[in-house]
Design a protein. Sequence first.
Lengths: 456, 434
Amino acid sequence: MARRPRLQTRETRLGALGARLGDAESVVADFAGDDLPQKRIRTFSEAAHDDLSAALDVLGLVEDLGLVVHGPRGCAVGPGAAQESATLARIAVTDLDQRDTVLGAGDALARTLKRLNDAVNPAALVVLGSPVVAINNDEIRAVVAEVATEIGKPVVWARTDGFRSHIAATGADAAADALLNIVDFQGEREPDLVNLLTSWTGPAIDDFAAAISTLGLRVNVLPAGAKVAALHRAARARASVVLDPDGLDALASGLSERFGVPVLDAPPPIGPKATALTLTRLADLTGRKIHAEASAAAVDFLRDKRIVLAGPSAFAFALADLAEAAGAEVVGLTLPHLDRTHSEPLARFSERRPKAQIHIGEAQGFELANVLQRLAPDLVVGAPDAVAAALRLGIPAARLDPADVIGVSGADAFAKAVSDAFAGAALARRLARSSARYSAGWLRRSPDWHVKLEVK
Amino acid sequence: MARPLVGFHDGCALHGALATAAAIEGVTPLVHSTPGCALRGAFSSTGAQNFRGAPIHLSPISSTNLAEKHIVFGGASRLREQIKNTLSVLPRGLLVVITGCPTEMIGDDVPAMVREAVTQGEAVVDVGAAGFLGSAHRGYERLVSVLASRVGELNLAPASEAPGLVNIFGIVPRYDETWASDLDEISRLLAGVGLTANPIFGPGGGLSSLAALPKAVASLVLSPWGLAPAQALQEKSGVATVVADGLPIGADAVEKLLRQLAAATGAVEETAIERLLSSERRYEDFALDETLDALSRLGRRRVALVGNSLLAGSLARFLVSTLGWEASALVLTDEPDGPLPTDLAGRVVATADGVETAAAIRASGADFLIAGARYGALAAELGIPLAAIADLGGRASLSGGFVGARGAARLLAALTATPVAPKLFTPQAALAAR
Ligand code: SF4
């Protein structure tokens, strides 16, 4: 059998940038031409995520999937492992030792797959590669095929390695590829079935799924909280709506390319306007009638406030729309990465706020501290680490997870977070008195002195 | 050799070394490895549900985040650049370079890069903690052994004299979840008899604590993972090693520990021990009185205990010798070296594997489970109560811990607060009942 080509990294496939600081219009220019944007690297960095963690994140969402990490034990430490006993029980590791890093351990992989299969009887199994087996070039493909035949259920390979990409979302692509390889298309297309691709569960997601149902459509929610059967169904659906494009766009486009399930072209449904747009486009696509309610007048609870938003890129752009509708001036966005899939919302944002700062970098606390100190916004909203960085600088801040703001009620959730952040500013004042985490001298330097264009 | 682990406990050696370094105020950890290695440990050791962004609870973790070109051509020059820039960006103290599996495999000459910085007068030290060397507890052992044996070379500000100083070894930050509280309570107990604890980690520790290691009158070893560091220090600086029976839970265990320390140091007055013990006993009496009604309702229990060697053995000892319960199984999830204790429980197993642990619990016939919260589903299935002593999330460090009479009181409260879980309905059980 021919060796499958390597999975393309986000950098190669979509020109992803993981390190950049600039105003919005200069970042738009990076993506303007046909060429991929020039890659930037850091000469000082803090601990970052890798594709393996991102893939475990996505695959861990499917409740009856067994996951085997082929590597030493630390590589299999996954999200929520300490508390989520159900997830934990489904994760196994080959626990390679020093000797195995020299001699390889294909046998160990087969034994681990079979042991996990015996222990939890999953619907399918996925093997994830670690840096150690990638360096060693351990054979995974043949073992996966052999064990699949032996146990009579799907066993697939998520091609992660920990270092070929510096964009963790490449792991979400590897996970999507693995999930798509499990899918078994059987039966007829289901014209009233819509996939709702989400990495989150919660009341706002349930409400949004219920809103789709009002169009006379059935909703197949995946991968969060789903089982492998939902993957098979997904291939028969009429369309896919993606709530988390940053984590699941590869799954959506894979369903489209391999099984002809079109992806609804709409921004994440955050707040009433975006939700109405999504539902209207979905109704058009599926030939349904929709009675669009007149959207409520925007309440400008952020009038004259300078705000920084942080979070997964597609989510942050959607939140920026909501913030501006509430009267805010969005002076900065801090995003884990940007790639060509973000070109459209980036261009729209840049038209409105060409001089707003765009910071690209995940888990880079020193960059965050520097950028926030310079921008000195009235408020920071979004990802936990950005919120913590803001509070430590004395800036009021509120955490807002994407799952909280999906749907019509997203605007209210956002307004509540904002009002609580201002009302609870005492915490920011207290934290600002704690000792500094970065040298004062460094904080006076340009925030991206250590980010260089890569010399090929 | 590789072995399949399902639903396993603990991270890798790099994760333990990182958590340990990050728990010393003034130490900056620099992880020389591929991306992902450091953050997997940083997030999981606190039970984080969401692996995004940076870990908020830790001070910054410098990392080389090696790329493919470094794997192919070597990452030493990237490390040199990262050391130089880390020393500029992060407040200076001690920089600890921790190497993961990839860098050990590609053979980077890390000591040479560190020597370069040291010859420039910087305080930098390197520790090999590749994940394939073992568990997070192993990482603690490696890192603290290096610090203990090389403390004189670390360019630290000299420590002031502290008579009756006792180094505390064997409590692994974050992986022994109540670490900060336990260190705090041990410090309070030692202060009660005129000794000064040197906790190294948490708010009571720091670089001055590290610098003071050779000045101690003794090193107290509370788990097998503290033995190598204490011996390294003894070899280098002649500090006596005192090996205790794990964490001192309850007044009797405190007495045993204090008498051991008194004998080894000759620096403790008998009257001070008696004064402290009297107050510990009064506290324990109070806790027993408060919980006696509930304890008598629970009745004598046969317990399966699952935990790290710091805690699990001591818990078994307290339950057996103070409450008269039976320890039917003891599972040591940190897989300590050396022979397993045979006197504590009917069945003693050392395994990090979740399936083996579950099998040991089932086979024990226990009617009470003391284990991590992850075993909640199993306890429910077996219809027995679970007192969760692990998998508690980062806040466990503030929980008060299990040391002394106060720790015993918290344990009693946990044991008696645990409702007896009803047997789960299963079709098999229904058929069997017919
Ligand atoms: S086991 Fe090795 S490669 Fe895996 S996280 Fe630990 S140090 Fe990194």
